[in-house]
Design a protein around this ligand. Structure first.
Ligand code: PBG
Length: 357
């Protein structure tokens, strides 16, 4: 079939790669000259031919923050993960820094009484997340701090945007999201990570940040975020699950689509995203791979709360080899193209990597 010039870039890249693979297959001598097991025989040899590496630089540790002092709360659906008051979050950040983790991601549990229809608290410069950012920056200045930009921890209906006449209104939501982004930038957040999936938000935020002088505040766009069944434990953790009315299908992506993922990423790069995120991770490694191959930009993936719960409870029930499966899943993210992975296992994996080094 003749190739037309308007073949999408992703498809052309794929074709060139496939041609290369075919050639390699035909020039390779057969058995017994080729025995692929030879290089698998010793640990040193496996290390020598390993194609992908996982290091502490590839990990981001998400933390849930609550009000209080010396307060920690367990999250039932995420065994081993806790909500921490700011003083304890500072300790966690110190630990993360000492382990060499490049960044942490902060998510607030907003007091229920502070949540309203229009997410007013999201734009309060003295809200929990802004106080947490300031406090951590003061004590641990050299760790990167990432903040979600989305309204779900602040709305009384649990949605990421503002509802107008029964619909999540894109442009009305943008106004509030931009204000939220600015108060977080002002607090000292290094990377703003819009996870709201409104159209046009990266461009709107970039413009507002430039105008306000935050030229080095980075944008990590959750460009490809699916309407997924893997977020339930996270919604427990930030307290939005019980409040959520309806679903998020009018803004988060259809799990059936990956062409659309390419369009989402292309738009966000054009609007000024410094990095893009694919979420969830494990069921969407094909999308992650395509995005990294097509654009070659810094590409992150989120090992979501549902993936964490699946691994943790599976291991607790004796069905999964816990430590091996954790390392395997993270390596698979890397192999598919993730530069960094948001994972609730980040601290323990960093500890393991340090012990092995
Ligand atoms: C909020 C947000 C969600 C997650 C990150 N930011 C949940 C959602 O969109 O409902 C999910 C993270 C996880 O499951 O670990 N916009």
């Amino acid at each position: 079939m003749p190739q037309s010039d308007d073949t999408p870039l992703s498809l052309r890249t794929e074709r060139i790669k496939r041609a290369g693979e075919k050639q390699r297959a035909t020039t390779q001598p057969g058995f017994p000259a080729t025995r692929l097991r030879r290089t698998r025989m010793q640990d040193w040899s496996r290390r020598l031919v390993r194609e992908t590496h996982l290091g502490v630089d590839n990990l981001v540790w998400p933390l849930f923050v609550i009000e209080g002092d010396g307060a920690r709360q367990t999250i039932e659906s995420m065994p081993g993960v806790e909500r921490l008051s700011i003083d304890l979050a500072i300790e966690a950040a110190k630990e993360a820094f000492e382990l060499g983790l490049p960044a942490i991601a902060l998510f607030p549990y907003t007091e229920i009484g502070l949540r309203d229809e229009v997410a007013s608290e999201a734009c309060n410069p003295a809200n929990l997340i802004c106080r947490a950012v300031r406090a951590i920056k003061a004590e641990v200045p050299d760790i990167g701090i990432i903040c979600d930009v989305a309204l779900d921890p602040y709305t009384s209906h649990g949605h990421d945007g503002i509802i107008v006449e029964g619909e999540i209104d894109n442009d009305r939501s943008l106004e509030v999201l931009v204000r939220q982004a600015l108060v977080q930038a002002e607090a000292g957040c290094d990377i703003l990570a819009p996870s709201d999936m409104m159209d046009g938000r990266i461009g709107a935020m970039r413009a507002a940040l430039e105008e306000a002088g935050y030229t080095n505040t980075k944008l990590l766009s959750y460009a490809v975020k699916y309407a997924s069944g893997f977020y339930a434990p996270f919604r427990d953790a930030v307290g939005s699950g019980a409040m959520l009315k309806g679903d998020k299908q009018s803004y988060q992506m259809d799990p059936a689509n990956s062409e659309e993922a390419i369009r989402e990423v292309a738009l966000d790069i054009a609007e000024g995203a410094d990095m893009v995120m694919i979420k969830p991770g494990l069921p969407y490694l094909d999308v992650l791979y395509r995005v990294k191959q097509t654009f070659g930009v810094p590409t992150f993936a989120y090992q979501t709360s549902g993936e964490y719960a699946m691994l943790s409870t599976g291991a607790a029930n004796g069905c999964i080899a816990r430590d091996a499966a954790i390392m395997e899943t993270l390596m698979c993210y890397r192999r598919a193209g993730a530069d960094a992975i948001f994972t609730y296992f980040a601290r323990e994996v960093a500890e393991r990597l340090k012990a092995e080094a």
